[in-house]
Design a protein around this ligand. Structure first.
Ligand SMILES: CC(C)(COP(=O)(O)OP(=O)(O)OC[C@H]1O[C@@H](n2cnc3c(N)ncnc32)[C@H](O)[C@@H]1OP(=O)(O)O)[C@@H](O)C(=O)NCCC(=O)NCCS
Length: 238
């Protein structure tokens, strides 16, 4: 298994095809755009088993609200049968290497906060930090992973060299469990799943606006949870 940057038209077509397979997407990132990203300041990275592409990530420079140029990571996916072999982590670290080469201070991306594996992967394995809670970022995606769910997202930033900037300690903690039935509900009862996603988003947004921040994620046999902590001096109207 090895990781390398993708640049040729064939490699980038394989990346488009793999994205379509993983997300079952009707509109994967077209090869022409991957060519633009790969050759004009961004990075498309692949994980290979021999000459078979089994994982892919895409990053390109973005400009944040403060005017800082960072690496925006738009997608990361590994073929189901290759998951849990640290390929996701290796692809993310390869993105970091690119960011560092270009002098970019952090990588930023969004993820679905109800996906427990992704929450654990982002916050605990990588050590990324939640910086905001955003409503229905992409609208309806209608793909195999998101279905018709609203795309409420946590915005995370990651600098592999710097430990996450923990929220100011001392405040009260609040454990927010990620429900264990998310996947089953999305499969069997989309209406209930949508209500669950709305409720989780509203709860998260209310905490965020009340000055609470996420100190990290916890995990045991029952599942994954967010450890919210209230920053001192902020009103608790959550
Ligand atoms: C998210 C994804 C890229 C992870 O890829 P991966 O190669 O399986 O990840 P890794 O093997 O590097 O996982 C590193 C750690 O993340 C956590 N993790 C990843 N997938 C997990 C899962 N399904 N369940 C629980 N924990 C998981 C684990 O802690 C894992 O380490 P461990 O196996 O030693 O416990 C992959 O599951 C995927 O392609 N998912 C579909 C697309 C997607 O959701 N993309 C992410 C958008 S943010």
């Amino acid at each position: 298994m090895h990781i390398r940057r993708l640049a040729t038209q064939q490699e980038l077509q394989d990346a488009t095809n793999l994205e379509a397979e993983i997300w079952g997407a009707g509109d994967p990132t077209p090869r022409s755009l991957l060519v633009v990203f790969s050759h004009h300041g961004g990075v498309v990275t692949g994980a290979y088993d021999g000459d078979r592409l089994v994982g892919v990530s895409l990053g390109f420079p973005g400009i944040d609200a403060a005017g800082v140029t960072y690496l925006h990571s738009h997608l990361l996916g590994v073929r189901p049968e290759y998951r849990r072999h640290r390929l996701g982590e290796s692809l993310k670290r390869a993105q970091w290497q690119f960011a560092e080469e270009k002098g970019l201070p952090y990588i930023g991306w969004t993820y679905d906060p109800l996906m427990a594996p992704n929450a654990w992967f982002n916050l605990a394995v990588l050590g990324a930090e939640v910086r905001d809670v955003w409503e229905n970022v992409y609208g309806t995606l209608d793909d195999a992973i998101n279905g018709t769910m609203p795309t409420h997202r946590f915005w995370v930033v990651w600098n592999a060299k710097a430990p996450p900037r923990s929220p100011q300690g001392g405040g009260e903690h609040w454990r927010m469990d990620i429900p264990s039935n998310v996947a089953a509900l999305r499969r069997d009862n989309p209406e209930a799943a949508r209500r669950q996603a709305e409720q989780f988003f509203q709860d998260s947004r209310r905490l965020w606006e009340g000055g609470w921040r996420i100190a990290g994620a916890g995990r045991d046999a029952s599942g994954v949870w967010y450890d919210w902590v209230q920053e001192p001096g902020k009103d608790d109207d959550a």
